[in-house]
Structures are given as structure tokens and as C-alpha cells.
Ligand binder design. Structure first.
Ligand code: HEC
Length: 263
């Protein structure tokens, strides 16, 4: 490419522009070593770097596959939500007394707000053209402060988190109850009645009702409960004949504690 011809990419945005003329693009060739052709030099290099990162990330995601977790359960109040690693420092900030409880605004708004405002106004605060770090004490110390606090807070968070608990709480748990005989007459009644909606397809219970597998209630008690309800279970859940209700109770009891199907 000839000097002063074609498209040039300026790698230093602080090249002075005061001799710019209207409707005439600036000739950057008077800054030797600071310019390079946009195509193909610059773009090709960008693409190569991009490809390296893309392949790197793809390899990482394949090698360290994200684990499949349990379905989120909004009624589980013991679940400890944990942000991804790159937000751990913000999460950690909220654990300090000066940024938690009555001072929560400090941790959620004021401190992060100050940091981001500083980042935003940095180009105006530091207008020197000097590139050597030693000559830019304000910018360099602000950046160092930021990096050191992020690393420190992330480190603290990693140290104080109970990782065993965190890993366990999301683990996919298989239904390990007895296999339910879905061909049984009792099951047909069970699933045609409302019972299945609360107590689950496998009698495993759910957010709204306890498991019926392993229940200590006897067949007669279940017969009563189906119609009259119990505790938090409303009455009138069963609509059908008494003979079917007997069959249903017998079916559920067989999966109850000591029942012949509860293995
Ligand atoms: C609206 C949701 C709901 C429906 C529908 C429902 N149940 Fe329940 N059931 C509950 C709840 C909640 C409990 C726990 C009651 C308590 O102990 O406070 C319960 C408890 C039971 C128990 C006692 C379990 C134990 O071990 O203490 C049995 C047996 C039972 N249900 C059977 C049935 C049958 C049979 C049907 C269908 C006719 C049915 N339920 C329909 C919500 C429901």
C-alpha cells in the first residue's frame, strides 16, 4: 500500500486532529509506525485473535460441561443462590457490615456506583497524552485499586463459601422410590381423581402435598382421608363410588410403610 493512499487504521486514538480539513480525510502517513492497513492487516489479525478465543471457549465448554441441575423450586427457602464467579466480588461486598443490613445501599448502589462513575469519567479525569504508567499516577492507582479489590473480594468469597453445600444443593436427584404399578386399577382411580395433581404421578409428593409412598396411614385411614381430607388437605377430593375408594385406599396403603409394594 502506498503512503497516504487507501484506508488506514490509526491504532492510537490520541493522534492530534487539530489540522483536520473539512471534507478531506486526514493523512495519517505522517505518523510512521502508528498506522496499518485496515484490510487485510488489521482485520485479519483481529479475526485470528477472535478465532483463538472462540476455539478456546468452545473447548472449555466441551471439556467442563455445565451440569444439569434440578428444576428450580421457589418454595425451597434453604437454597443459597450464588452468582457466577465473575460477580462473586459484588456478592462478597454484601457480606461486610459496612455494606449490609442498614447500610445495604452502600453495598448495592453507592460503592459500585462510585466505581462505575469513575470508570465512566476516566477519559475526562485523565487527559494526559503520556503513556508510561509512572507518569499517570492517578489513572494507574485507580486501576490498581479496582483490580486489587476485585481480586481480593473474589478470593475472600471463594474462601468463605461452603462449596460442598453449594454443589450438593443443585444436584439432580433421581426418584428412588418404589416403582409404581401404573397398570393397577388403583392407579387408574388415583390418576383420574384429583389426588395425582397434589401427590404426584409416582405418589412422590410435591410442593403442595407430602409423598404417599411410605405413609404411616392405614388403609382405613386413607379411605377416610380421601373423602374427608386431613390437616391442610381439603375435604371432598374424592368423587366416585365407595368400592373404588376402597380400591384406591388399598392401592395407596400397599405403598405405605410396611405395604407389600413399598420396597
Ligand atoms: C389440593 C391438594 C391435594 C389433593 C388434591 C389431595 N391431597 Fe392428600 N394431602 C394433601 C396435603 C397438603 C396433605 C398433608 C395434610 C397434612 O398433614 O396437613 C395430604 C395428605 C394426605 C394423606 C396423608 C398422608 C400422610 O402420610 O400423612 C393421604 C393418605 C392423602 N393425602 C390421600 C389423598 C388422596 C387419596 C387424594 C385423592 C382423592 C388426595 N390425597 C388428594 C393435599 C392434597
Amino acid at each position: 500500500m502506498h503512503r497516504g493512499k487507501g484506508m488506514k487504521f490509526v491504532t492510537d486514538s490520541r493522534v492530534s486532529i487539530n489540522n483536520r480539513m473539512p471534507n478531506k480525510s486526514k493523512d495519517y502517513s505522517e505518523y510512521p509506525g502508528r498506522t496499518e492497513a485496515f484490510w487485510p492487516n488489521f482485520l485479519l489479525r483481529e479475526w485470528m485473535v477472535g478465532a483463538v478465543f472462540l476455539i478456546g471457549f468452545m473447548t472449555l465448554t466441551i471439556v467442563e460441561a455445565a451440569p444439569l441441575q434440578n428444576i428450580a423450586d421457589p418454595t425451597n427457602t434453604s437454597y443459597i443462590p450464588l452468582p457466577d464467579w465473575y460477580f462473586l466480588f459484588l456478592y462478597q461486598l454484601l457480606k461486610y457490615q459496612f455494606a449490609a443490613g442498614p447500610y445495604i445501599l452502600m453495598g448495592t448502589v453507592i460503592l459500585p456506583g462510585l466505581a462505575f462513575t469513575a470508570l465512566l469519567v476516566a477519559p475526562w479525569l485523565d487527559q494526559g497524552i503520556e503513556r508510561r504508567p509512572a507518569k499517570r499516577p492517578v489513572a494507574v492507582s485507580m486501576m490498581l485499586l479496582g483490580i486489587v479489590s476485585i481480586i481480593f473480594l473474589t478470593w475472600e468469597s471463594v474462601q468463605t463459601t461452603h462449596w460442598d453445600t453449594i454443589h450438593k444443593q443443585g444436584e439432580l436427584t433421581m426418584n428412588e422410590g418404589p416403582e409404581i404399578d401404573t397398570a393397577a386399577k388403583g392407579y387408574e382411580i388415583y390418576s383420574n381423581q384429583s389426588c395425582v395433581n397434589c401427590h404426584g404421578k409416582n405418589l412422590e409428593g410435591g410442593a403442595a402435598a407430602p409423598a404417599l409412598v411410605g405413609t404411616q396411614k392405614t388403609e382405613d385411614e386413607i379411605y377416610e382421608i380421601a373423602d374427608k381430607g386431613v390437616g391442610a388437605m381439603p375435604a371432598g377430593q374424592y368423587e366416585g363410588s365407595d368400592a373404588d375408594r376402597k380400591e384406591l385406599a388399598k392401592f395407596i396403603a400397599s405403598y405405605g410403610e410396611g405395604g407389600e409394594n413399598n420396597k
